[in-house]
Design a protein around this ligand. Structure first.
Ligand code: AP5
Length: 221
């Protein structure tokens, strides 16, 4: 399956993409994680991206398109992927079409996570992620077994710099301005499944699975 998870900041895209990776073996490709890893390692990409990410602005399209084109060409992505955080602009969506067409592939589904702004603010305010690999927790909705430590690798839990309230507001503005047109782009293509992302994590996962199963079922008929 070649999938996109799309939706506003804090909608739960990363949480669900990681579950799909763990449970179905479909590799998660998160552009946010790629950028945060580069920033932490102070690579050239990280130095270039840091100012954009810290401000809640978008990293330029040419940079992001090159990253995703390279990542999709790696062996693990050959049997499918869940793209999380890309595309975020129309030029990114058009570039993805070109990359996939060159590899004789096409998208199977675009899962759009619907959720209100109030829930987004609550989710981002309580989010903690592990310093080592970005595993995602929430103080109330998905707490770690040991406070302050990642269940999976034991590393320290930290808050993301871009989860400050003023940066969250900026990210939401950017989302509405730049990414909403991408939602319409895919809606018109008939690839689009709206997912109610407001419920508990396992309920959302069931909705995601139902949408994927319906697509696979449709493809087989
Ligand atoms: P990115 O990392 O992609 O951030 P985002 O899209 O804003 O999404 P988030 O990671 O904030 O939220 P999410 O939907 O994954 O929610 P999560 O699962 O963590 O991008 C960061 C930055 O990088 C951008 O601002 C930009 O600067 C740059 N960037 C990245 N890609 C780019 C691109 N393509 N082009 C240009 N720039 C780019 O969940 C949130 C919280 O809620 C967690 O605490 C979780 O535990 C909890 N939670 C999840 N689901 C539920 C549930 N169902 N019930 C209760 N709690 C839940």
């Amino acid at each position: 399956m070649d999938l996109i998870v799309l939706g506003p900041p804090g909608a739960g895209k990363g949480t669900q993409a990681r579950l799909l990776q763990q449970r179905e073996g479909i590799p998660q490709i998160s552009t946010g994680d790629i950028l945060r890893t580069a920033i932490a390692a102070e690579t050239e990409l990280g130095k270039r991206a840091k100012a954009f990410v810290d401000l809640g602005a978008l990293v330029p399209d040419d940079v992001m398109i090159a990253i995703v084109a390279e990542r999709l060409g790696r062996p693990d992505a050959r049997r499918g992927f869940v793209l999380d955080g890309f595309p975020r602009t129309l030029p990114q969506a058009e570039a993805l079409d070109t990359v996939l067409a060159a590899a004789a592939r096409e998208l199977d589904a675009v899962l759009y996570f619907e959720i209100g702004d109030e829930a987004i603010v609550q989710r981002l305010a309580g989010r903690w992620v592990c310093a080592q690999a970005g595993h995602i927790y929430h103080l109330r909705f998905s707490p770690p077994r040991t406070p302050g430590r990642c269940d999976i690798d034991g590393s320290e839990l930290i808050q993301r710099a871009d989860d400050r309230p003023e940066t969250v507001r900026r990210r939401l503005e950017v989302y509405h301005r730049e990414t909403r047109p991408v939602v319409e782009f895919y809606r018109q293509r008939g690839l689009f499944d709206a997912i109610d992302a407001s419920g508990p994590i396992e309920d959302v996962y069931r909705a995601v699975r139902r949408a994927i199963d319906a697509r696979v079922g449709l493809e087989r008929t």
